[in-house]
Design a protein around this ligand. Structure first.
Ligand code: ZN
Length: 343
């Protein structure tokens, strides 16, 4: 199946994204929390392929190569610097393999490096070299565009954008919005997106950190401020005004829940479906999901946007439920009554 180009998809409808690979593979036992390096790309490629395929079947239009945190700085920290090239190349191959099964696009992926310091000009060169090697390998393997994401600094995001443009590829550049209003180098998030758009990014926006409730108001302001396509990929967690990011969520008696005890704050598939519709109605062009995502979220989002996807074959038919289904032959009033009683 031939993939329709990103620009054509953005021009004619909503593009559905699905990310959070590192989080999900950690839950499945293939990535170590803390470092969060996607070692599974080399160690358990079948696990990566399976997750790609689940997101594809759920309606994702883009297979994102799992090179998040597969940069030199991170691999050095886990003693696998010699695997850097192999890991980056293999990640693209795995994404390509699955994308071809469903006509999806393949995105290369870079993220914040933790090596950038706006007060130290030399770090810009270090970051540039890290992006150039990762994306050089990705472009060599064959990608349709690049997602540069979870950018804390506008300065670092602009370096990624330049490297992507030098490779002649479309760029989607999204910011981490961990702070109330500004990037770590002091730019209002809206202004930072306007600057990225001005420098030629195809898509700008936000990903990760905020849940749907706290991402939507900010993305609405970004949508109003730029002419290019806008992306919104929140985490499926119930953030609110008091705790606008998943990092700031606190459980009573347990303190910080990020990143290992977020489960009680999970959004349901219905909440993510509502988010997808709300984002689309705001004019968001690339509607997705980040850390915490499961294929059930993605399918519900795709269906809410009017799609029937491969996994729709197994979408819920609650009318068939033995107790909850109104036409169920075995429906038992006594059981239903018991379910309705509060203890
Ligand atoms: Zn994320």
């Amino acid at each position: 199946m031939t993939a329709v180009a990103l620009a054509d998809r953005l021009a004619t409808g909503t593009v559905i994204g699905a990310e959070g690979y590192v989080f999900e593979l950690e839950r499945r036992g293939y990535v170590k929390a803390g470092a969060f390096v996607p070692e599974a790309v080399l160690d358990f490629p079948d696990a990566v392929i399976e997750l790609h395929r689940e997101f594809l079947r759920a309606g994702a239009d883009v297979m994102v190569a799992l090179t998040y945190y597969a940069h030199r700085e991170k691999l050095r920290q886990v003693g696998r610097e010699s695997d850097l090239e192999a890991m980056n190349r293999q990640a693209v191959r795995l994404a390509r393999k699955v994308a071809a099964e469903g006509g999806a696009l393949v995105a290369g992926n870079v993220c914040n490096t933790w090596a950038y310091d706006p007060r130290d000009a030399a770090t810009a060169g270090v970051v540039r070299a890290m992006y150039a090697e990762q994306l050089g390998w990705a472009a060599d393997e064959g990608i349709d565009f690049v997602i540069a994401e979870t950018n804390d600094y506008l300065g670092e995001a602009l370096i990624a954008l330049e490297v992507i443009q030098e490779l002649g590829l479309p760029a989607m550049v999204t910011l981490a919005s961990t702070r109330p209003a500004r990037t770590w180098d002091g730019y209002d998030y809206v202004e930072a997106c306007r600057i990225l758009a001005g420098h030629g990014a195809t898509v700008v926006g936000l990903n990760c950190d905020r849940g749907p409730v706290t991402m939507l108001p900010l993305i609405a302001r970004i949508r109003d401020a730029v002419d290019c396509a806008v992306a919104a990929q929140p985490v499926p967690y119930r953030t609110d005004e008091t705790s606008p990011t998943m990092e700031s969520l606190r459980a009573e008696g347990a303190g910080r829940v990020f990143p290992l005890a977020l489960d009680p704050f999970s959004c349901t598939r219905f909440e993510m479906a509502d988010f997808a519709v709300a984002a689309r109605d705001l004019g968001v062009n690339y509607v997705g999901i980040c850390c915490g995502a499961g294929p059930h979220h993605v399918r519900a989002m795709a269906e809410a946007l009017g799609r029937t996807v491969p996994a729709s074959k197994y979408s819920p038919s609650m009318d068939l439920h033995p107790i909850l289904g109104t036409a169920a032959p075995s429906q038992d009033r006594d059981v239903l009554d018991a379910w309705n009683v509060s203890p």
